[in-house]
Design a protein. Structure first.
Length: 387
């Protein structure tokens, strides 16, 4: 019995060292190589850490470990999800810190679990469901909905009307997270409340893309409004709301990121025009007030689940597409940046229907856009061996 307790303490100490080490990407890799059933409870323990970054790293690591477990033992992964749900149950006698965040991180990394349990996460914002009144737990639920929305926004359709009241919360973090979520889901009914929040200069600290960052609520609201207005402009043009803006009055600026890992490049197969169905560098349109680097980091995370650190531009080009009558249907100015791989679990999201790490040898077998092929060959010599 004593040796078992000592072994548990040793494992917890090892996990704490991994969660606090500088190279967290390597730490997550190490954690995923350990027996999942043994590391899950110690990881949950650190949800209660007084150090915010340690807590959030434990949430991130739990998502990686449990989603990996789901690929080999789905029922055990379900049991973990049920355990997290029980922590949020009044009858459990617990508080549930970190549980909604961990549920979302797991689901964002595993589509099967997301399809089964997304409605449970939504129920925590429904007055007719398992509504959570504690404002600190509301923060976790809203962060979780935002995290899940980045991967599978369609699963949160039923949550849309229940999010709006949180924009008027007395809790600044709840307001900020609600505004961010409205932007991700592009909720048009939130426009009036978001306009009011543009006057809210409160600064809050949020965990995003692996780090704690300060955000001003007025800037979150402005970015959310920009995303919503982009969809409305498409609807007004007569196009479907799921399509990018067409027949623009002026060129649109978009960014991409060239990311390498283990001699492979990150590519996505596009799900929308222009270049629908073709493989290309991941990226998308910039939002108002974003830097090139911030836009690239956000877009790559939304499309692929990969966290990057964006650097300087390496390639710039135009995409101009006309219809049969000669009218300009699309006009983008695209700036591709070189970026460092930080971490994350690869999956397709947002505008991408597929995401892959592609080797040089595999390039020839893919329908790759001419500009992507040109960039990789001329700037990095990647693909030359396939000619």
């Amino acid at each position: 019995m004593s040796s078992g307790k000592n072994g548990g303490r040793d494992l917890k100490q090892k996990i704490q060292e991994l969660l606090t080490q500088a190279d967290f990407v390597s730490a997550v890799t190490t954690l995923c190589q350990l027996p999942a059933r043994e590391v899950i409870s110690p990881l949950f323990f650190f949800f209660y850490s007084r150090d915010e970054l340690t807590k959030w790293r434990a949430v991130t690591a739990s998502g990686a470990v449990v989603s990996g477990l789901a690929h080999t033992d789905m029922e055990s992964a379900r049991n973990v999800m049920r355990r997290l749900m029980w922590n949020l149950n009044d009858e459990s006698g617990g508080i549930g810190w970190g549980s909604p965040e961990a549920m979302a991180e797991i689901m964002a990394r595993h589509k099967g679990l997301a399809q089964e349990y997304a409605h449970i996460l939504v129920s925590y914002v429904r007055k007719d469901g398992n509504y959570i009144e504690h404002e600190l737990l509301q923060r976790g639920v809203l962060w979780g909905l935002g995290r899940l929305a980045q991967s599978y926004p369609k699963l949160l359709k039923e949550a849309e009307t229940f999010i709006l009241p949180y924009l008027d919360s007395t809790d600044t973090v709840v307001r900020g997270l609600a505004a961010k979520l409205c932007g991700i889901l592009r909720l048009e009914p939130a426009r009036a409340s978001l306009e009011k929040l543009k006057n809210d200069e409160t600064s809050i600290l949020l965990f995003c893309n692996g780090v704690m960052r300060p955000y001003q609520i007025n800037r979150i609201a402005a970015e959310a409004l920009s995303r919503i207005k982009k969809v409305i402009s498409v609807e007004d043009s007569g196009a479907a709301s799921t399509q990018p803006a067409i027949y623009p009055k002026r060129p649109r600026v978009a960014v991409g990121a060239v990311v390498f890992k283990d001699d492979r490049v990150l590519l996505v197969r596009r799900g929308r025009a222009p270049a629908k169905g073709m493989w290309a560098i991941p990226g998308g349109s910039m939002e108002l007030g974003e830097t090139l680097q911030a836009a690239a980091e956000r877009e790559i995370f939304e499309e692929t689940g990969i966290v990057i650190r964006a650097g300087e531009p390496v390639f710039t080009f135009d995409v101009i597409e006309r219809d049969e009558d000669g009218r300009i249907r699309f006009h983008y100015v695209i700036v591709d940046l070189l970026a460092d791989y930080i971490g994350g679990a690869l999956h397709a999201g947002d505008d991408a229907v597929e995401a892959r790490w592609v080797s040089e040898q595999a390039l020839s077998g893919l329908n790759i856009s001419s500009r992507t092929r040109q960039l990789l060959k001329e700037r990095f010599g990647f693909g030359s061996k396939c000619q």
